[in-house]
Ligand binder design. Structure first.
Ligand code: PEP
Ligand code: MN
Length: 270
């Protein structure tokens, strides 16, 4: 039994963008947006490799209060211009309900981070928004808790929710998290939410991102979200897992071949 996926549609630069409509979305960009030039350079690199949707943190939720917290509001002065120039929509995270009104006009999709999956007041607030929500799985959430979190957004009136598997915490310390591809196959079979896989946080290791991207496509994912940095060692957050352009380009070529073998194509056009 396969549940039919309900595609999420939006408009960007006068063109329709569809996620979960049969094509494979490739969302890529830095963990954190560091400056206008950094976003532009990264966007150019990932677009050349075949990505169609941009990611980039404006507000970050970091485990340590001393870690870089994102450039915040100062990004709002240039993200719209960069997106237009590069012709790619953007997904970025809100870490607090008070940021929603500031960021909503500058992004095409709002990410709820793993650490906020249980923030039900935030989810209720996003339910009132007319904007797709990328809901990441909390690192110790069961699939059932994750679906119920998505239901909070839907119940508020916003049906445009995508679920993002980003790895869970297990007894295994070799990888940053354990990417749970069971959840992907399960969600595709039993729910209608589009499913996106994040092999960057799911593994924390650049050499595993390619293999797990291919596995995610095989498991039926509607898209991938991958961290890329022009110079990974210099990244202000998640430097250890960021891919450079050459690594990303190589992975996307393989992802495209696997997608084609399964009768699919990379893209977000209808
Ligand atoms: C991120 O996408 O950079 C991020 C912080 O992810 P997560 O919430 O899954 O840890
Ligand atoms: Mn990150």
């Amino acid at each position: 039994m396969m549940h039919k996926t309900r595609p999420v549609r939006l408009n960007f630069n006068g063109k329709p963008v569809v996620l979960g409509g049969g094509r494979l979305a490739v969302i890529a960009g830095p963990c954190s947006i560091e400056s206008r030039e950094h976003l532009l350079e990264t966007a150019r690199g990932v677009k050349a490799a075949g990505a169609t949707f941009l990611r980039g943190g404006i507000y970050k939720m970091r485990t340590a209060p001393t870690s870089f917290q994102g450039i915040g509001e100062s990004a709002l002065g240039f993200v719209s211009e960069v997106k237009r120039e590069i012709d790619m929509p953007l997904v970025s995270e809100v870490t607090d309900p008070r940021q929603i009104s500031d960021i909503a006009d500058h992004v095409e999709m709002i990410q709820v981070g793993s650490r906020n999956m249980y923030n039900y007041e935030l989810l209720k607030e996003l339910g009132r928004l007319k904007k797709p929500i990328l809901l990441k799985r909390a690192f110790a959430a069961t699939v059932d808790e994750w679906i119920k979190a998505a239901d909070y957004v839907v119940k508020g009136g916003n049906e445009d929710v995508l679920l993002c598997e980003r790895g869970i915490r297990t007894f295994e310390p070799t990888t940053r998290n354990t990417l749970d591809l069971n959840s992907v196959a399960y969600l595709k079979a039993h729910t209608s939410f589009p499913v996106i896989v994040d092999p960057s946080h799911g593994t924390g290791r650049p050499e595993l991102i390619g293999p797990m991207s291919l596995a995610a496509v095989g498991a039926g994912a509607d898209g991938l979200i991958i961290e890329v940095h022009p110079r990974p060692k210099e990244a202000l957050s998640d430097a250890d897992q960021a891919l450079d352009f050459a690594q990303f380009t190589d992975i996307i070529a393989k992802v495209s071949a696997v997608a084609r073998a399964l009768g699919r194509e990379i893209g977000t056009q209808p």
